[in-house]
Design a protein around this ligand. Structure first.
Ligand code: FES
Length: 456
């Protein structure tokens, strides 16, 4: 275990230690519904930041490619013959025709309009009927490159050709803190869903950035998660953030041991992977029962600790190296946020990601969200268990698990309220410090772009 992993807490601060005065707890509502704001945001944020566009294992072979659409912009991500992933603007250099859509595998990209063709490295390799073309310099007419790079098994793309390197954007602290989770070895299992929502993309980011709404939207979770802000730890790393809340039966001191055990069993409703750990957990609990079946834990042994040990043993038995993760990381979900739109809740052996992005139509009151559940699996099992992407056509038809369904309904209801023109501002509370930090970063991007020339 590296020193940095052991002391990950030193790279976070307790809620009570945060500098609240440096943050703005009043947000303008135009950011959620105003088309002019969305237009400025498109240029200031979306066309200038690194953003997740897929997983590395989606494009395993030379010639595998996929299209990524952002508003009306289209990009190609392709794996070259040399194994490198590259990004290009999806437009022919002859007269701008779109080259491809969806995903596929090809040895080259041939434009269907006048049949110019490009290699996987973007070079213009052929033109149809050279006798009609006349003199051109093919070396100057390759596809326009866009920066593409990978981190933690995710493919990132930045529409800005002058983007800083991805790892500078991610930051060394973030890279170090996430490395022991082996995210690059996880695959989508069970759920990989895209759906259009009737809310701004930031409504989604906000909803997953605070725990305050649990009391109103997810009351059933109150038995297994505390909403006391004081228990959370927060890390602000450049544009990115992390929050961790202890994952345990609440009011531990007031619960009997049996109630705590029952609380752990009930976690499976929201965190299905806990189910795989339960046999070892139950075995361990049974070993602490006396002849009358009464549960007696020796000094220093806790139900939470037994869950952590069962998780470590279960993952180790599956072949995952968890030596870089602490006991807390066996049980507690770390919520990670990469600006602008990447949210992941991460625990040893599993991760759920939620990526909301602006709707292709540019409608400020809509977005597309992409929700994926990942599990760590032995390499031999990854391809066989990989979930296929489902694009939901009929709104509300996909059966999200309970907590996600509750958020799905709530976020669209919030957008309706936010869209009232008389409501100029909303007021965050202290527990929503993580929401405030997100908007502080956003406001910085918007302010930096104000007065600069539109990129388009
Ligand atoms: Fe592509 Fe003419 S626009 S070959």
């Amino acid at each position: 275990m590296s020193a940095s992993t052991r002391d990950w807490k030193s790279k976070t601060r307790r809620f009570g230690e945060l500098d609240f005065d440096s943050l703005n707890f009043e947000l303008s509502t135009d950011r959620y519904h105003c088309q002019a704001y969305a237009e400025r945001e498109r240029n200031a944020v979306w066309l200038q930041t690194w953003q997740v566009v897929g997983r590395v294992d989606e494009l395993p072979k030379a010639g595998d490619w996929k299209e990524h659409r952002l508003f009306n912009q289209s990009y190609i991500i392709v794996r070259g013959a040399d194994g490198e992933l590259r990004g290009f603007v999806n437009a022919c250099r002859h007269r701008g025709n779109k080259l491809c859509q969806g995903k596929g595998n090809s040895a080259r990209f041939t434009c269907p309009y006048h049949l110019w063709s490009y290699g996987l490295d973007g070079r213009l390799v052929g033109v149809a009927r050279p006798d009609l073309v006349g003199p051109i310099d093919k070396s100057k007419l390759g596809l326009l490159p866009v920066p593409v790079d990978c981190f933690a098994g995710f493919i990132f793309l930045n529409p800005d050709s002058n983007a800083m390197p991805l790892l500078d954007f991610i930051g060394a602290d973030v890279a170090e803190l996430l490395a022991p989770y082996r995210l690059e070895e996880m695959v989508p299992v069970g759920m990989d869903v895209k759906e259009a929502l009737n809310c701004n993309w930031k409504v989604v980011m906000d909803a997953f950035s605070e725990g305050y709404h649990i009391i109103g939207v997810h009351p059933e979770l109150l038995s297994v998660t505390g909403v006391e802000a004081g228990a959370s730890r927060h890390g602000f790393y450049g544009d990115h953030r992390m929050v961790v809340r202890p994952f345990e039966v609440k009011n531990l001191d007031e619960c009997s041991l049996e109630q705590q055990v029952e609380g752990i069993r009930s976690l499976t409703a929201t965190f299905p992977s806990v189910r795989e750990v339960l046999p070892l957990f139950e075995q361990s609990i049974a070993s602490y029962r006396n002849g009358q079946g009464e549960l007696l834990l020796p000094e220093g042994v806790t139900v939470r600790g037994i869950l952590q040990q069962a998780t470590r043993a279960s993952l180790t038995a599956r072949g995952m190296d968890v030596s870089g993760l602490t006991d807390d990381q066996m049980s507690d979900n770390q919520a990670w946020y990469f600006f602008p739109n990447f949210f992941a809740t991460i625990r040893a052996g599993e991760m759920t990601t939620i990526l909301p992005m602006p709707h292709p139509s540019g409608d400020a009151g809509r977005c597309l969200w992409h929700v994926t559940a990942y599990k760590w699996l032995p390499e031999a099992e990854r391809a066989g268990q990989r979930a296929q992407l489902l694009e939901v056509q009929e709104p509300g038809s996909y059966p999200y698990f309970l907590a996600l369904q509750q958020d799905y309904d709530q976020m669209q209801r919030q957008q309706e309220g936010l869209s009232n023109l008389a409501l100029k501002k909303v007021r965050l509370v202290r527990e929503e410090v993580n929401v405030a930090r997100f908007h502080q970063v956003l406001d910085g991007y918007m302010a930096n772009a104000a007065g600069t020339t539109d990129v388009n």
